[in-house]
Design a protein around this ligand. Sequence first.
Ligand code: FES
Length: 357
Amino acid sequence: MAKHDGETSAAAGSAIEKKLAREVSAGTAVISSNALENPGLPPHQPRVTDLDPKKEKAAQRRVIWLFTLSIIGSVFAIYAYIAFPIEPGNLTSTRVNNLLVGLGIATALLPIGIGAIYWAKNLMKNDELVEERHGTRGTEETRAAAAEVFRVGNEESGFGRRTLLRNTLIGAVVAAPLPGIVMLRDLAPSADPVEAFSRTMWKAGTRLARDGSGTAIKASDVTLGSVFHVVPYDLPEAEHKLEEKAKAAVLLMRLKPEDFVHNITPGREDWHYHGIVAYSKICTHVGCPVALYEQHTHHLLCPCHQSQFDITREAAVIFGPAKRPLPQLPITVDAEGYLIAQSDFHEPVGPSFWERS
Ligand code: FES
């Protein structure tokens, strides 16, 4: 059928050319004598499943197997959700639950897609078809009938005539979604979000502790060139540990004081302790952890979008999309020699937000 269609259009093409050649005089039109002929569709190639009933049956079995696997995956996902619940505060239970439920859902969805494609490619009818294009514009009668429907509707409803009625309806429709928009605000934390973004757990006297072990750090532990990933010592007692850690994470490094003291802003001279400095680990671009420290250059690198911060210049941005330096945590030591915060950060950590002054 396709070949036949191709031949028909080629023949029609040459007939039009001959007609044109008869109707126009030389020099008034360009008639291509070697126009590309429509080659039509290649001959239909039957598939192995069309020719061999055994192969067809085998393909069918494969699809059935895939769909059965999907059912098993769905059942497994439900089983995993019930059998391995998430226990509040237990990170391992969250990981196990997510892993098993995710595997179950993946096993449920993937075979459906593969099976459907396999079915369509190997078992469904595969004749080539030609769909003729036609104009999408309606006939004049259809268009006139549609316009008439609108005209009668307008007349009968009085929409154009009763303007006050119409305008109040428009007002009501515009106002109706507004309560929903106002209620969206409740999706934000109940506490003032600006306050929540602007404060961290650090306060005067909070000891600096190693992230992971939670042990407090003495100034004597921090050797030249070393770097520590730090959290507040009392983080385990926080009600929302992860949220607090996400704001309070700090990097601690020791430099030679002569490498940076000449760059210190007035008022920040005592924010370091004998060359030990603490900076927020939360990138000021979009909040990734700035985890890479280059000892020789004293540069911190954010792996997400390659922002770089120079610790010898109060963590100024020297490369990348971040726009602000990393906030510095003022530190000192307590009577036992442990590093402690002098206060909270003096500015919000992390990315900028709308209300940030
Ligand atoms: S989040 Fe650090 S550079 Fe983008």
